[in-house]
Ligand binder design. Structure first.
Ligand SMILES: Cc1cc2nc3c(=O)[nH]c(=O)nc-3n(C[C@H](O)[C@H](O)[C@H](O)COP(=O)(O)OP(=O)(O)OC[C@H]3O[C@@H](n4cnc5c(N)ncnc54)[C@H](O)[C@@H]3O)c2cc1C
Length: 470
């Protein structure tokens, strides 16, 4: 068979608009075939949450339909793990008359290794490949200090990034419908399967309804956010009971929406302090992704401040599980952790409060918290999650100083003054007054709500002494 089809390999980029791999594959007149390769064992190793995997499944259903309109068929495959992929891609290329392979690069160590192996295999069999970029606003290694080293601090990183972004990133339109590839489907391969054959976890309808699938949903959410909430972002973003943030993270983390689409959307809004702050959040995302590339230890769960390896973390399975279950007796922490369990998502302010409570007041290793978040977040993303945890645990390069420990009760009074958010997630204490709800006393605490598992003052002093020593 003469080689005449182009292949697009979808991974973490389930969209047709602004998808550079798809766009470039469609630049020639060749028919285009699309594949998705499920790797359940790898998902397990990476602690991908059930709610996130289910979100991928629902988005793949949408993507399959959107590609069909373009006359591009999406085929599904399943292998255990990444090492099996190079041979599979080579077989697909040979059996399906593929002469060029396109994919959007991923940045973590395992994914980079997988792609290097695939590229080598393509070269062996004379198939051209193109790795495109869709995860970053600016190419990896393009933001450097005067001495050519990567930035370890956000503020100068973001200042330089903004200078580069005076020329905004390219946007790629969805391709137009094309000639269908027809001469290959007789060859069904052994790893080929239906989407429904893949062992996706089951997730409740209620949880699914919180996060509707599809790029149109993401684009609508982005456009609605840019119409009004973005202008109040600076003041509303820290109040968990308000819909003051975009809630786009699940779509960004799974590539249903690109960060370039978000950045471009901001360019059509009126400039304001709030808009600037939201752009800064996109730049925090960027900073952590650049950090992932520049400091590969991030992919291996090592701290950026190596000396913090000496901290003597406490091993307390009971307290860890109280934190995980939202039963610490500190209402704002419990509300946060229950939001994670019931929504698969947590507000940013609460992520900081919950992470700092675990790593400082309980002095439990940040990696246990990082893992729990990854196992439950719909937007679980190695770079942002690791960045957030290392920031909160004071082990990261530009993290909170170890002595600036958030008092969760003070945070609660400041960011949930009436206890609106707590009441939503901790029904046991819903009836308490605005004053009492932030830390119920032994007198007003109902019997079904726990007493605090730690004395906040003592926990703080213990953390200060553990960190001071390193
Ligand atoms: C301990 C901890 C763990 C975290 N884990 C993750 C994670 O696994 N995945 C994830 O996407 N974010 C993570 N974050 C960052 C942040 O909490 C979420 O991105 C944010 O809450 C998502 O809500 P939103 O979409 O409404 O954000 P918005 O406030 O509307 O911000 C817009 C987008 O900017 C990005 N962003 C915002 N804040 C940050 C930040 N601090 N770091 C990196 N990117 C940011 C996100 O992509 C977000 O969707 C974590 C933060 C902490 C403190």
């Amino acid at each position: 068979m003469s080689r005449q089809n182009a292949l697009v390999w979808f991974r973490n980029d389930f969209r047709t608009i602004d998808n550079p791999a798809l766009y470039h594959a469609c630049q020639s007149t060749q028919p285009v075939i699309a594949i998705y390769i499920a790797t359940p064992q790898q998902w397990n190793q990476h602690d991908d949450a059930a709610v996130k995997l289910d979100f991928w499944r629902r988005n793949l259903v949408k993507l399959e339909k959107e590609l069909a309109i373009l006359n591009i068929q999406l085929h599904f495959f399943q292998v255990d793990s990444y090492p099996k992929i190079p041979d599979l891609i080579a077989t697909i290329c040979q059996q399906w008359a593929i002469n060029q392979v396109h994919f959007n690069a991923e940045l973590a160590v395992n994914e980079c290794q997988r792609d290097t192996n695939v590229i080598e295999r393509c070269q062996d069999i004379g198939v051209t490949y193109q790795s495109h970029h869709d995860q970053l606003l600016l190419p990896a290694a393009s933001i450097r200090t005067k001495t050519g080293t990567p930035y370890k601090v956000f503020t100068p990183f973001s200042a330089q990034a903004r200078q580069h972004l005076v020329t905004p990133p390219d946007l790629y339109p969805a391709p137009v419908p094309r000639k269908k590839a027809t001469d290959y489907t007789a060859e069904v391969l052994k790893e080929q399967c239906q989407l429904a054959d893949i062992p996706w976890p089951t997730v409740s309808k209620k949880l699914q309804n919180c996060w509707p699938a599809g790029q149109q949903q993401a684009l609508t959410r982005l456009s609605e956010f840019c119409q009004q909430p973005i202008q109040n972002y600076k003041t509303d973003r820290d109040t968990p009971s308000l819909a003051g943030t975009s809630r786009l993270s699940p779509y960004l983390a799974s590539g249903i929406l690109s960060v370039a689409q978000c950045w471009h959307a901001t360019l059509h809004c009126e400039m304001s302090d709030s808009l600037h702050v939201w752009q800064n959040e996109l730049l925090w995302r960027e900073f952590y992704k650049h950090t992932l590339v520049d400091f590969p230890q991030v992919s291996k769960h090592q701290p950026l401040k190596l000396q913090t390896e000496q901290i003597e973390w406490r091993h307390d399975a009971e307290q860890l599980s109280a934190w995980q279950d939202g039963k610490t007796g500190i209402p704002i922490v419990d509300a946060a952790m229950r939001q994670l369990l019931t929504r698969g998502w947590m507000h940013n302010r609460l992520r900081m409060i919950a992470a700092m409570f675990l790593t400082k007041h309980l002095l439990i290793d940040w990696r246990l918290g990082e893992r729990w978040f990854m196992q439950h977040l719909i937007d679980g993303d190695l770079s942002a999650n690791n960045g957030g945890w290392q920031w909160s645990a004071s082990t990261g390069s530009d993290s909170v100083p170890y002595f600036r420990i958030f008092n969760p009760v003070t945070q609660s009074k400041r960011f949930d003054p009436k206890g609106t958010f707590i009441r939503q997630y901790v029904p046991e204490i819903r009836h308490l007054s605005e004053t009492a709800i932030h830390l119920p006393s032994t007198k007003n605490k109902p019997s079904d709500y726990p007493s605090p598992i730690v004395d906040l003052k003592l926990g703080r002093l213990r953390a200060l002494s553990a960190f001071k020593g390193v």
